[in-house]
Design a protein around this ligand. Structure first.
Ligand code: ATP
Ligand code: MG
Length: 294
């Protein structure tokens, strides 16, 4: 089956009103094919969360265009239109401790979208949906009547995933869903996300710091540096043959298992080039794009 671009961003830009005048995300363009996992990596502050929040419309798009399923979502204003979009595109947040309302029972957290969209005519039907969702993320039925603080980090992230799945979306932005969790729990959540992707034919934007991890779970990868996308391509290709000096620097910083080589190794330094004239992504190898002068 030929690839279908489910999500497309062109020149995506965001300036925080409270922040400095320079955009947190600056003219970023990428696309995500239906059914794939697109890994978005970059160091802290590079603009990954800002970009992710923009494409789910939790943040204003200061400039640029975002298309979802062929339709321009940039101009969505009315509540009805926004609700329709929200049924298809959801987000899982970076911090499972801060993203769940501590005063609400798990049942009501998970059913929030069901209530807003009036998807359950009766209390019994609502509870059936909640129980199905708990089951699909591997939580015990009794979790419904408990509060977020009674759960571990990994379990809280499962609650966040159940909430995101409640409206049967097609597309999920997973914003570093495992970075706040213990190492032993991280693989469980990644496995759960992969299982759900297969079962429900989901498309993921998966945000992470760590290129070595994203490499295994992504079909394609985008690399961000100070608000800009500097490289995009098939995951293995970007990891094995990085073309942008920033990506090369990131990969050189990944710890190696051999302690002797590790001790004698230095990270390749990277200094951002000054951009004169028009810069943008250029396709150097099939499907492999690098930011350079056009
Ligand atoms: N609410 C805000 N108001 C003003 N500036 C912000 C706000 N949120 C983020 N920024 C700034 O925007 C830039 C990008 O931040 P963002 O959170 O998108 O980066 P990130 O790549 O997700 O980082 P991390 O890996 O630490 O999560 C940073 O310089 C940050 O300081
Ligand atoms: Mg972030």
């Amino acid at each position: 089956m030929p690839d279908y671009k489910l999500m497309e961003a062109e020149g995506l830009t965001h300036v925080y009103p409270s922040g400095p005048k320079i955009p947190a995300v600056d003219g970023v363009s990428f696309f995500i094919n239906e059914g794939e996992t697109f890994g978005l990596v970059g160091e802290s502050g590079s603009g990954k969360t800002t970009a992710g929040r923009m494409i789910v419309k939790l943040l204003d798009i200061s400039a640029g265009v975002v298309k979802f399923d062929g339709a321009d979502i940039t101009g969505i204003r009315g509540r009805e239109e926004l609700l329709r979009f929200r049924r298809q595109v959801q987000m899982i947040f970076q911090d499972p401790y801060a993203s769940l309302d501590p005063r609400k029972k798990v049942r009501d957290i998970i059913a929030e979208g069901i209530d807003i969209h009036r998807l359950a005519p009766t209390a019994a039907e609502r509870e059936t949906l909640v129980q199905e969702l708990l089951d699909s993320v591997g939580l015990h039925p009794s979790a419904a009547s408990r509060y977020p603080h009674e759960f571990s980090g990994g379990q809280r992230q499962r609650i966040g995933i159940a909430r995101a799945l409640a409206l049967k979306p097609r597309f999920l932005v997973c914003d570093e869903p495992i970075s706040a969790l213990d190492l032993s729990i991280q693989a469980q959540i990644v496995n759960l996300l992969q299982k759900l992707q297969e079962e429900k034919k989901l498309t993921y934007l998966f945000i992470a710091h760590d290129l070595s991890m994203v490499r295994y779970i992504s079909n394609r990868i985008g690399v961000m540096c100070r608000g800009r996308l500097v490289e995009m391509g098939p995951a293995e290709e970007v990891y094995r043959h990085p073309l942008h000096p920033y990506t090369q620097s990131l990969i050189s910083a990944i710890p190696l298992p051999d302690p002797i080589i590790e001790r004698n190794r230095k990270r390749i330094p990277y200094r951002m080039e000054e951009e004169r004239g028009v810069w943008g992504l250029k396709e150097l190898n099939p499907g492999h794009f690098v930011r350079m002068p056009l």
